[in-house]
Design a protein around this ligand. Structure first.
Ligand code: PA5
Length: 465
């Protein structure tokens, strides 16, 4: 099971100016129990689908059935989506499949498909991907809860047209849509076309949807144990849901971040694994945290400043990049290591120029051992510099543990939103940006956004050198 080690968040370790006291945590008990009550209330109202989906094994069965019927026909998967409809699957690919899945030969790939993600509006990227992807042998997963996301539809339009050119009228057999079960234009297109579909439950927000078909369908084609993901998520729900502050690690972790922000002025939330296998989790978490907590109104509509800025980091690389700033720059960061206890693999460093002591000291040492020393050393120097750090500790890397981690971080984010008194499930500012894009693309009904853009976007030439 996952552990949460908050020793170096505390004042005993890093001193009263920067560390949190037990008294401060105690002082948060009322707010924390209000957060628990709010979660219980919203769950009872059927609004928190992310807590329910781990219990839906029928999804696993239908995805597995589909995968078995389709996997032999394809060698690659194209995942078309953005934000919450793409980041989770990318994190799962790195964590639980092969880091170089696409480069493996067929024998080593076994039945897993190569996977290409189309989650940006970037001609360089789409042209590069389609140079190497065999369209005839690709299963296209278009993922959009709303169905109306411009970036996703643009990429889908381009790829669909390529597919039609290559395979003619059989194109429909190569497209799967993952979208709202009833609403939205993608649902309509999919139904009209007869594409295979999987639903995104209406009460599951995009960035909380990785354990729905949104993440599970791509994961299944990458050979990931999707039943294990849900089982791990259930472990987390059962372990934490409704538990009081000191027995509820996600709530406690949220409470620390809230206190570091409000009482210590620390406004940057760093998540730092020490393996690339987990780095895209930090990226997924960045979106989860940022879009959920960056709000300027509380649920009563009162102005509020909420949310630390999330920042992913990767050890050991960032020891040679960001660590200098973490140690001697402004003491405004709250660092959480995402530690992996058992790598399940290691490489011994061979004899390396035995006559040269400046390099020989690494001979016959283990790479994992070196990685662990570097992680511990970073933790120690941060403590010495009075910089707060904690660790979420994963015992090993498998689907169960990753499922547990996903729920841990989702619950932490939701609790943090409740502590700030905001709605962590909407994204009004992002919607506004989308409306300007619609206006600029001349989408009917959005003319006023083009006009507003033209009025507001003037720039002085003399400020541009
Ligand atoms: O978390 C969210 O709601 C967003 O990040 C969405 O996932 C993102 O905007 C994509 O939306 P959609 O799935 O509707 O295309």
């Amino acid at each position: 099971m996952i552990r949460f080690d908050y020793n170096y968040f505390m004042e005993e370790a890093i001193g009263p100016e920067h560390g949190i006291t037990v008294g401060e945590l105690d002082g948060l008990r009322t707010l924390a129990s209000e957060a628990l009550n709010r979660m219980a209330r919203e769950k009872a109202e059927g609004r928190l689908g992310f807590l329910e989906i781990p219990y839906d094994d029928t999804v696993v069965r239908s995805i597995e059935k589909f995968r078995k019927s389709a996997a032999d026909r394809f060698s690659s998967l194209a995942v078309i989506g953005i934000g919450g409809s793409a980041l989770g699957a990318q994190a799962l690919r790195n964590a639980l499949s092969h880091l170089y899945l696409n480069e493996l030969d067929e024998r080593k790939r076994k039945k897993r498909l190569k996977v290409y993600f189309f989650d940006n509006v970037d001609p360089f990227e789409i042209l590069a991907a389609t140079d190497v992807m065999d369209v005839r042998e690709t299963l296209f997963l278009v993922i959009s809860k709303s169905g109306g996301t411009t970036e996703t539809n643009a990429n889908f339009a381009i790829l669909l047209s390529m597919l039609k050119k290559k395979v003619g009228k059989h194109y429909r057999e190569q497209v799967v849509a993952i979208t709202d079960p009833e609403k939205g234009v993608l649902r309509k297109i999919a139904d009209d076309e007869g594409f295979a579909t999987f639903p995104v439950p209406q009460n599951v927000g995009g960035r909380f949807s990785v354990l729905s078909a949104v993440g599970l369908v791509p994961a299944a084609f990458m050979g990931i144990d999707i039943g294990g993901l849900l089982s791990g998520a259930r472990t987390a729900t059962e372990r934490y849901y409704g538990m009081d502050l000191f027995r509820n690690a996600p709530l406690l972790c949220a409470a620390f971040h809230y206190l570091f922000d409000r009482a210590r002025g620390k406004r940057i939330n760093v998540l730092m694994p020490y393996t690339r296998k987990l780095f895209l989790f930090a990226d997924w978490y960045r979106q989860l945290w940022a879009e959920s907590l960056g709000k300027n109104r509380d649920i009563e509509g009162r102005p509020v400043v909420s949310g630390l800025t999330p920042m992913p980091a990767l050890g050991t690389i960032d020891q040679h990049s960001q660590l200098q700033l973490y140690l001697e720059g402004p003491n405004d960061k709250v660092i959480t290591f995402l530690k992996l206890n058992e790598f399940g693999c290691d490489v011994e460093i061979p004899d390396f120029y035995p006559g040269i002591p400046e390099v020989d000291y690494i001979s016959r040492k283990s790479l994992r051992g070196l990685n662990r020393f570097e992680e511990s050393a970073t933790e120690m120097v941060l403590r010495e510099a009075h910089r707060p750090s904690a660790a979420i500790i994963l015992p090993r890397l498998d689907a169960e543990i990753i499922g547990e981690l996903i729920l841990f971080l989702e619950m932490q984010t939701a609790y943090a939103g409740y502590l700030y008194g905001i709605n962590p499930y909407d994204q009004p500012a992002v919607e506004q940006g989308k409306q300007f894009t619609f206006g600029l693309l001349d989408r009917p009904g959005f003319e006023r956004f083009r006009e507003e853009f033209e009025r507001g976007s003037s720039k002085r030439d003399d400020y541009i050198l």
